[in-house]
Write a protein that binds this ligand. Structure first.
Ligand SMILES: Cc1cc2nc3c(=O)[nH]c(=O)nc-3n(C[C@H](O)[C@H](O)[C@H](O)COP(=O)(O)OP(=O)(O)OC[C@H]3O[C@@H](n4cnc5c(N)ncnc54)[C@H](O)[C@@H]3O)c2cc1C
Length: 391
């Protein structure tokens, strides 16, 4: 068993670091961490970076060349994800590359592939995911948004919630009910919906850290062409389930967690009194470091499986669960280490490390809910990993 990267993989990592050094301001990651970057600065930089990545065909590098990728290995894709998360790179392929594109490649017809895939790899389309509803999250199959066939069109009515980036996306990947009389898993279909279609209203939701990342999306008699149906009508649930497996394979939580832990270790080194005042936090730092090594090895297993043609399932749930809970533990260690002043939010002169850990702590709360809660991941692992009966 060899846990090292090959020479060419290390060269590739160096190439990505050069790209990031050339395209991100040197203080970008630290300013982003303390929330000193406003929305317009972030979107401007995201646009530039996305364009530069698209020019290199790096946005979807692991995709086949015929779809605008580079046929890069899954391990190269992981290295790219790791470096870009570590450096808090804005922009990139987002949901289009992570799961909408792969789902269209698997289930879409030739016309849909020709139409949507090149616009994902060029960075022209930004996608959001329209699955969750006020009464359908973990039990997604109970979703109620209706798509009713009317001649050559579908008419959509209903409400989605927690739509990340719904306010910046121009394209939506929608799961809606097409057969209300069928068993709930068998009456769902997936659609492509341009977000500027008349009848769509996007309303902001502000999280507990005061940030606007997700939204409510309302559909009122929204008409889309029948050709926007992706895959077989009423088989959408199974397509969504596969798309969720793509979603949960990320190494990002470990890479950004590593950066945060390094910030805390750096703070203790530059102010030893901090560590002396909080002797327990010193052991916590050591524990988090060990957990990061474990987490990286879990994440590195995913591209190895992908290279063998396996779509990661319970293995991806292990990575998502451990990474999101570790992100919370690292933020919690920051709060313990920095003490009461660590709880002061950015903007106050009394805030330790610019208040970044207070912000990280609040933001990390949602990481064990997004993309399927920890309980749901544990159910998947128990059932499909351990072979236990359904709970
Ligand atoms: C930051 C963030 C971004 C998001 N982005 C998107 C997005 O872009 N698009 C989108 O469609 N959705 C998005 N979501 C929604 C997310 O997928 C749901 O919040 C999540 O699936 C949980 O659903 P829920 O909020 O309805 O909670 P519920 O499903 O109501 O769960 C409530 C509690 O009950 C527990 N529970 C539920 N069922 C079971 C069970 N069978 N066994 C054990 N425990 C159970 C849950 O674990 C949880 O603790 C996002 C959420 C967050 C926090």
């Amino acid at each position: 068993m060899d846990f090292t990267f090959s020479e060419s993989e290390e060269q590739f990592r160096a190439e990505i670091r050069r790209f990031l050094a050339e395209h991100l301001p040197s203080d970008w990651s630290d300013r982003a961490f303390v929330g000193e970057v406003d929305q317009s600065e972030r979107s401007d930089l995201a646009r530039l970076v996305t364009k530069a990545l698209a020019d290199r065909q790096w946005l979807a590098m692991a995709w086949p060349k015929e779809y605008g990728g580079l046929d890069a290995t899954h391990m190269q894709q992981l290295i790219y994800n790791e470096e870009t998360s570590y450096h808090s790179m804005p922009g990139g392929g987002g949901m289009g590359v992570a799961w909408v594109g792969p789902a269209i490649m698997l289930y879409g017809n030739d016309e849909q592939k020709e139409r949507y895939i090149p616009r994902i790899t060029s960075g022209d389309d930004i996608w959001c995911t329209l699955y969750s509803e006020p009464s359908a999250g973990s039990d997604l199959a109970s979703l109620q948004t209706r798509a009713v066939r009317d001649g050559d069109e579908y008419v959509i009515n209903g409400q989605k919630i927690w739509t990340s980036g719904g306010h910046t996306a121009n394209m939506g990947w929608l799961a809606a009910r097409t057969d209300p009389n069928a068993p709930k898993h068998r009456g769902i279909s997936t659609f492509v919906v341009p977000m500027d279609t008349p009848g769509i209203a996007v309303r902001p939701l502000v999280n507990l850290a005061g940030e606007h990342n997700f939204n409510e999306v309302y559909f009122e008699d929204v008409r889309i062409p029948g050709e926007n149906l992706v895959g077989v009508e009423n088989r959408g649930w199974y397509q969504v389930a596969t798309a969720l497996d793509f979603e949960r394979s990320g190494v990002g939580a470990y890479a950004s967690g590593k950066r945060n832990l390094e910030r805390l270790v750096g703070a203790v080194k530059s102010d030893p009194a901090l560590g002396e005042r909080n002797p327990r936090a010193r052991y916590e730092l050591a524990d988090r470091w060990i957990e990061l090594q474990v987490g990286f090895n879990i994440a590195y297993r995913i591209p190895v499986l992908q290279a063998k043609g396996v779509i990661p399932n319970h293995e991806a749930s292990v990575s998502k669960l451990y990474g999101s809970e570790l992100a919370q533990r690292i933020a919690g260690t920051g709060m313990h280490l920095l003490g009461l002043e660590g709880q002061v939010v950015p903007g106050s002169p009394h805030a330790k490390l610019g208040g970044a850990f207070a912000r990280a702590y609040m933001n990390a709360a949602s990481s064990t809910i997004a993309a399927g809660t920890s309980e749901i991941q544990r159910n998947i692992i128990a059932q499909r990993g351990l072979g236990l009966p359904r709970g």
